[in-house]
Design a binder for this molecule. Structure first.
Ligand code: BGC
Length: 394
């Protein structure tokens, strides 16, 4: 028997990208600088050349049944020197947003996705006292410059995954500026909270009608029966999933959720999850998305899944994983969550931060030598879901 899970009318279906990961030709941000000067991380270089190929890429997204698409704006292009804004780059992003709308793709625009201008980093990045003020000025400038493009039907997020970024850049030292200090990490997290809140206020002063939120990575934390593992799961649920949101949700018109992980505490002894793993070695548990979504009910805001996906070069698990994620999303809606959209990460294989181009998350494979786009079979299964606004269970 076939069961059809229908989604609400006007549900947004699409995929997500981020500026430094797809655009190419970005040389003026902290990541590019760290790649050039330290060699500790790779450089994105030409990437997928999306900066020049965005129209064709959006044609592709439309042909895959999407009705929405998430992009980010590269701060280092807009404000290459402190306080000096590059209007030619604003024009570029205007064209990008118009190109999305012309294809019937509702834009979700993130203003900061992990990369900052070199001058901002040189001054201390998000560690410095003035970070909220500087960040809010940038955000308000962009939104007000794009006001005609994003007036009432575009979703703006101030920032992407503040805790993931702080953890990698200031705690485990994997990403620039490669710091490993707990106190600095905690201060950066605080400053990011303040930065979001300040940006929200500044944006709303200039353009009150714009729908502003933030994008948060939350995980499904579980534990076996051992009390210390239960405490670890409880602590991480608070620290990772809720602390940032509790400090910012009042200044969010919506919440964007990124889901990748089910983290199960079982050591010492006990059993790991036993789910299949993706190419990054991450557990694949699409059912976990349901629990993470339901934790957001307490904030009483419209929610969008702004990223969920997997690295899977051979497309072995992608179809089933996407179907599982979509099923979890539907279950959350049935159970009362105001969920309004789902963006797969990512449209294209792209620059996966410290992993460079080795990890392939795309619905569409990108040939690194020719830039040819090759649609993966799973993208066509997702297309059927998007176009019918329905998931059919066999
Ligand atoms: C980030 C993306 C990244 C993806 C896969 C998310 O944490 O927002 O930039 O590519 O995960 O690792």
């Amino acid at each position: 028997m076939k069961i059809k899970l229908e989604f609400p009318k006007n549900f947004l279906w699409g995929s997500a990208t981020a500026s430094y990961q797809v655009e190419g030709g970005i040389y003026n941000n902290d990541w590019a600088q760290a790649a050039d000067t330290t060699g500790k991380v790779p450089h994105a270089g030409e990437s997928t050349d999306h900066y020049n190929r965005y129209k064709a890429d959006f044609d592709l997204a439309k042909s895959l049944g999407h009705n929405a698409h998430r992009i980010s704006i590269e701060w280092s292009r807009i404000e290459p020197e402190e306080g000096k804004f590059n209007l030619a780059e604003i024009e570029h992003y205007k064209k990008v947003i118009r190109a999305l709308k012309a294809r019937g793709l509702t834009p979700l625009v993130t203003l900061w996705h992990f990369t900052s201008p070199i001058w901002f980093n040189d001054k201390g990045g998000f560690y410095q006292k003035d970070a909220p003020k500087i960040f809010a000025r940038y955000c308000a400038f962009v939104v007000s410059a794009l006001r005609n493009e994003i007036a009432d039907d575009v979703f703006v997020a101030t920032m992407n995954e503040p805790i993931v970024w702080s953890q990698n850049a200031w705690f485990s030292g994997n990403w620039p500026p490669f710091k490993k200090t707990v106190w600095a990490f905690l201060r950066v997290v605080k400053n990011l909270m303040r930065s979001h809140n300040a940006a929200y206020d500044e944006i709303k002063k200039a353009t009150p009608q714009v729908n502003v939120g933030l994008v948060k990575n939350n995980m499904h934390f579980t534990a076996d029966w051992k009390p210390w593992n239960k405490i670890a799961a409880w602590f991480m649920r608070w620290f990772w999933n809720h602390r940032f949101l509790k400090a910012t949700y009042k200044k969010c018109d919506h919440i964007g959720l990124n889901y990748y992980f089910h983290t199960h505490f079982y050591k010492p002894f006990g059993m790991p999850l036993g789910t299949p793993k993706n190419d990054m070695g991450w557990n694949l548990d699409p059912a976990g998305l349901y629990y993470v979504l339901m934790e957001l009910r307490q904030y009483n805001k419209p929610v969008y899944v702004t990223e969920a996906g997997l690295a899977d070069r051979n497309d072995t698990y992608r179809t089933e994983y996407i179907r599982g994620l979509v099923q979890s999303s539907h279950r959350a809606i049935v159970d009362g969550l105001d969920l309004r959209g789902f963006m797969y990460w990512s449209l294209l294989d792209n620059f996966e931060w410290a992993h460079g181009y080795d990890q392939e998350f795309g619905l569409v494979h990108v040939n690194r030598k020719t830039q040819e786009r090759i649609v993966r079979p799973s993208a066509l299964v997702y297309k059927t879901i998007c176009e019918s606004n329905t998931l059919t269970l066999e």
